[in-house]
Ligand binder design. Structure first.
Ligand code: DC
Length: 204
C-alpha cells in the first residue's frame, strides 16, 4: 500500500509528537524532514558550503547529537531558504513518501511540494505563546536554562523566515486540515490525526 501522511506546520506546534504516534499506530515509516535541514545546517556551521553540505549528507548525520540546539535550528532555517539546497533534498523525501507500507513525513512543505498527492494532509499549528512554552519545557528537561523570551524570539524568527522564503514557503496546502493544538492535549491531537487517516485508508 502507498499511503502518505503529510504533517506541516511551524516550529514546536506538535508535529513531531503527532507524527511519531501516528506512525507507530499504523505501522508507517516516519521521516522528520527538519532533521535533514538541521544536519545540513550543522555541516554549514562546521564550515562546509550549503549545497555541498546537502549533497554530502549521510544517514548517520540525521542521528548525530546536537541537532536540537537553537543555533542549529537557525542554521537549518537559513540553508532551507536556498533553492539549490532544497532541490538537492527533494528526491530522497519523495521516495520516502511513496515507499510501500505507508509513510508519515513532517516538515514545512510536505503537502505542498514534496508530496502534493499525499492521502492525508495536516497543518498543525498553535499560538506563539503555547509553542514557546512547550519548547521551553523541553529545553529545560534537557538541562538548558534559556529564558522563555529567548525561546519565543527564536521560534518567531525561524517561522518568519520559513514562511517568507520564495521557494517552498511554510504554508498550509489548500486541501490540508488545519489542526490548532493550542488548547488540545497530546491524546486529543493524535486522535484528530488518527480520525483523518482512518477516513482515507483503503478498505481491507
Ligand atoms: O522541523 P524543525 O524545527 O526541525 O525544522 C528546522 C528548520 O528546517 C525549519 O526552521 C525550516 C527547515 N525545514 C524546511 O524548510 N522544510 C522542511 N520540510 C522541514 C524543515
Amino acid at each position: 500500500m502507498i499511503f502518505t501522511v503529510a504533517i506541516d506546520g511551524p516550529a514546536a506546534a506538535g508535529k513531531g509528537t503527532i507524527s511519531r504516534e501516528v506512525a507507530a499506530r499504523f505501522g508507517f515509516a516516519h521521516l522528520d524532514t527538519g532533521l535533514i535541514y538541521r544536519a545540513t545546517g550543522r555541516r554549514v556551521l562546521a564550515g562546509e558550503a550549503p549545497l555541498a553540505a546537502a549533497q554530502a549528507l549521510l544517514p548517520e548525520d540525521l542521528r548525530a547529537d546536537g541537532l536540537r540546539t537553537p543555533e542549529v535550528a537557525q542554521a537549518a532555517s537559513r540553508v532551507a531558504a536556498i533553492p539549490e539546497v532544497r532541490a538537492a533534498l527533494v528526491d530522497f523525501q519523495r521516495r520516502f513518501a511513496r515507499r510501500k507500507g505507508g509513510a508519515v513525513l513532517d516538515g514545512r512543505d510536505i503537502g505542498t511540494v514534496i508530496c502534493p498527492e499525499a492521502e492525508v494532509k495536516l497543518f498543525v499549528t498553535a499560538s506563539d505563546a503555547v509553542r514557546a512554552e512547550r519548547r521551553w519545557l523541553e529545553e529545560r528537561a534537557a538541562g538548558h536554562d534559556t529564558p522563555l523570551e529567548d525561546v519565543l524570539a527564536e521560534l518567531r524568527a525561524r517561522d518568519a523566515r520559513d514562511a517568507a522564503r520564495a521557494t517552498a514557503p511554510m504554508v498550509a496546502a489548500p486541501d490540508a486540515l488545519v489542526l490548532d493544538t493550542s488548547a488540545m492535549t497530546v491524546p486529543e491531537a493524535v486522535a484528530a490525526a488518527v480520525a483523518q487517516i482512518e477516513q482515507r485508508l483503503p478498505a481491507e
